[in-house]
Design a protein around this ligand. Structure first.
Ligand SMILES: *Cc1c(COP(=O)(O)O)cnc(C)c1O
Length: 376
């Protein structure tokens, strides 16, 4: 059976975990956490990076730091993972869903302005498959209406828009290091931001509402409960695993790109015949091969193709069921305008196996099987 995903393993992870154990400090913010943050600050040109226990938690932190309150409205695509919305629902916000662009599956930047009301507080672009949203337009709109921008860059680690790393363009960026993402620590994430003004509040929030970070820097002589907080810092064991992956970032990226390019080149024949559609990457975006998907005619063809591939020992999966159609989506949100593409495009999208340790012979086998499918 060819799996859909397996967590990346490059080799150095166990050494670093062993080292973390020998250092005798397993809780958060030790050597490996600092190394991961410094590595990302340098690579992605961002002033502050805080490792978190998940991207969901990074989004929760961002929602709190952006001062989202009950009754506020937050604009995001409906075609996304539940966490994008959950983080804002937790603060009492109403979610306003917008339609996507069929070419990138990202929120349509032209439909955001009509969703803005006097209650709107933030826009949450989701960089689907590591392909950037149209950030210039989104930042311009946010400036015009005084809105915060929180990038859900869970899939966008080491992907770029006009030379800027995804997650570093808005007020906050949120990364995921879940095992299904390009670089992993099992469960984990990061919160990124440029502005100094968020730093102290973010440190307190992440450390149970205490000024423990200041205490460790010797800025206060005891640490106290100073504000609301939670526990958003991951263990050093997880950070050690992640640091090995970050160091091997180019190697992991190269392999994923190789898989992506192989799919793209060899499935082009089906696209030319009009049987499938392939992903599109706008010229100003450098993607990170987070995902390879194809779009078939409709849900019925997709269901048949999944079953056909399964019989051949290949695991392929569909993706998000639009949030506005889910029970919680109906309770906590509303769709702005018309759902022209969200439902239609999501029903015909199929994701193919994509992970670092996937063998190229397996990729070839997958492509051959799809090309031989005669019921498109
Ligand atoms: C994976 C993912 C998340 C959640 O990440 P976790 O680290 O599992 O919390 C959020 N948003 C998007 C778009 C994702 O792909």
């Amino acid at each position: 059976m060819i799996d859909f995903n397996r967590p990346a393993f490059v080799g150095q992870e166990l050494e670093y975990i062993k080292d973390a154990v020998h250092r005798g400090m397993l809780c958060g913010d030790g050597e490996y956490t600092k190394k991961c943050s410094a590595w990302m600050q340098e690579r992605f040109q961002v002033n502050h990076v805080m490792l978190t226990t998940s991207c969901t938690h990074a989004l929760e932190m961002a929602a709190y730091l952006a001062d989202i309150r009950p009754g506020d409205e937050v604009i995001m695509p409906s075609y996304t993972f539940v966490s994008t919305a959950d983080a804002f629902v937790l603060r009492g916000a109403t979610i306003v869903f917008t339609d996507i662009r069929p070419d990138t599956m990202n929120m349509d930047e032209q439909l955001i302005e009509q969703a803005v009301t006097s209650k709107t507080k933030a826009i949450v672009p989701v960089h689907y498959a590591g392909v950037a949203c149209e950030m210039d337009s989104i930042m311009r709109l946010a400036g015009k209406y005084g809105l915060k921008v929180i990038e859900d860059a869970a899939q966008g680690v080491d992907a770029f828009y006009k030379g800027k790393a995804l997650g570093t363009i808005g007020d906050f960026g949120c990364y995921s290091f879940h095992e299904t993402k390009n670089y992993t620590m099992g469960e984990g994430g990061a919160l990124l931001f440029q502005k100094e003004e968020y730093l102290e509040k973010a440190e307190v929030l992440r450390e149970k509402g205490t000024d423990r970070s200041k205490f460790f820097r010797g800025q206060v002589d005891k640490y106290r409960w100073v504000d609301y907080g939670s526990s958003y810092l991951p263990s050093e064991l997880n950070a050690a695993y992640l640091f090995a992956q970050l160091e091997a970032c180019d190697k992991i990226n190269k392999k994923r790109m190789e898989i992506y390019e192989y799919y793209h080149r060899n499935l082009a024949v089906l696209a030319e015949e009009g049987r499938i559609e392939q992903p599109f990457v706008p010229g100003e975006c450098i993607h990170n091969a987070h995902m390879y998907y194809i779009k078939v005619r409709d849900m019925e063809v997709r269901t048949r193709l999944i079953a056909y591939l399964r019989k051949k020992g290949i695991c392929s999966v569909f993706h998000y069921v639009p949030l506005h159609s889910a029970p919680a989506g109906r309770r906590f949100g509303r769709f702005s305008g018309e759902d022209v593409y969200t439902t239609k495009e999501s029903e015909r999208l199929l994701r193919l196996p994509m992970f670092y340790n996937l063998e190229m012979e397996d990729v070839k086998q997958i492509v051959d099987a799809i090309v031989a499918f005669d019921e498109f």
